[in-house]
Design a binder for this molecule. Structure first.
Ligand code: 5GP
Length: 116
């Protein structure tokens, strides 16, 4: 099993701190990023706090698939019909700052490549 960590995202899941939640189900929560890098910037997180993608285990495969399908649904709801980017920053070199797995949905403008 993954080591569980308490982060600000756990507090958002428990509604102990406010967030602009756009989607929720039994396994996942989606909310707007507090520091948006694009006109649409939404984070999709598992309610089960896997610290980072590198900590995911084979038994998490259903949850990971669910998170991707949640991204698709949330992006549709956000009207990102012209495309969007999904980013998972992982670990220090990946630029991860919150140790609770999260998928960034970025859209609403044309995004450049490669990232910095
Ligand atoms: P990372 O750099 O770990 O991939 O992304 C963490 C993201 O969480 C950042 O884009 C940051 O703006 C966002 N974030 C950090 N704290 C909060 C918060 O309290 N509320 C919300 N909505 N987003 C947060």
């Amino acid at each position: 099993m993954s080591e569980t960590t308490e982060t600000i995202f756990s507090k958002i899941i428990r509604r102990e701190i406010p967030a602009d939640v756009v989607y929720e189900d039994d396994l996942a929560l989606a909310f707007k990023d507090i520091n948006p890098q694009a006109p649409v910037h939404i984070l999709v997180i598992p309610k089960q706090p896997i610290p980072k993608l590198a900590d995911a285990q084979s038994q998490d495969h259903q949850l990971l698939g669910h998170l991707l399908l949640t991204v698709k649904l949330v992006a549709q709801q956000a009207g990102l019909d012209n495309g969007y980017r999904v980013v998972i920053n992982t670990g220090a070199d990946g630029g991860q700052t919150v140790d609770h797995l999260h998928l960034h949905i970025l859209g609403g403008r044309s995004l450049t490549w490669p990232p910095g």
